[in-house]
Design a protein around this ligand. Sequence first.
Ligand SMILES: N[C@@H](CCC(=O)N[C@@H](CS)C(=O)NCC(=O)O)C(=O)O
Length: 216
Amino acid sequence: MQEAHVYTLYYSPATASMVVHQALLEIGAPHRLELVDLTQKADERGDYLKLNPRGQVPTLLIDGKPYVESAALLMLLAERHPEARLAPPIGSALRADWYQWIAFFTNTLGPTYRLWFYPPDLGSAEHPEVVREALRQRIEAAWSQVDAHLAGRGPYMLGAQFSGVDLLALMYMRWSRNMPRPVTAWPALKSLADRLRQRPSWKRLYEIEGLIEWAT
Ligand SMILES: N[C@@H](CCC(=O)N[C@@H](CS)C(=O)NCC(=O)O)C(=O)O
């Protein structure tokens, strides 16, 4: 008989599901993976639309109930598995920083990256140069801010202590690899990326998702 898992992650390799997948690996929580075919048009993703009306990944089923939004799923997993220490204790000063940086990544970089990678969201197959340039500047300004933060208060996003925010940062950092200015061009960001890419959960994620680029 198949083991019934609490968690089922609907994912696609190298996408916004990465952070949730890596969090599950960090936690060591048994889970089932369901691959979502993103080559199909979003409104043709059949039954998956019942779980995630926008047809996007990730979706995490917890005891059969679907939840979406990568940053929310990261926070939920951190809360459900305090022993994995993906979040500092509630009420601590670091917890406040943790909320702040998660919101920063998901509000600032998330939507801008989305527009960068999905020009049809703004109505064209390719961005006009002026739009592409504006997005590039916004993305690079956000990374400059994070680099300055890390240079003063690193090496991790919360200082000396690794946390789930670093997993979120790592996913966004990886997506910059083919951009005009990859994060590895900023010294403190490069050092964070190098540190995080040593984690067993990252290596395992690469094996499972069949990833090659930007491994180390
Ligand atoms: N805000 C969402 C964004 C999810 C998202 O845009 N996922 C992309 C992959 S990175 C996707 O599903 N793309 C396929 C599509 O939009 O059709 C999150 O962070 O979970």
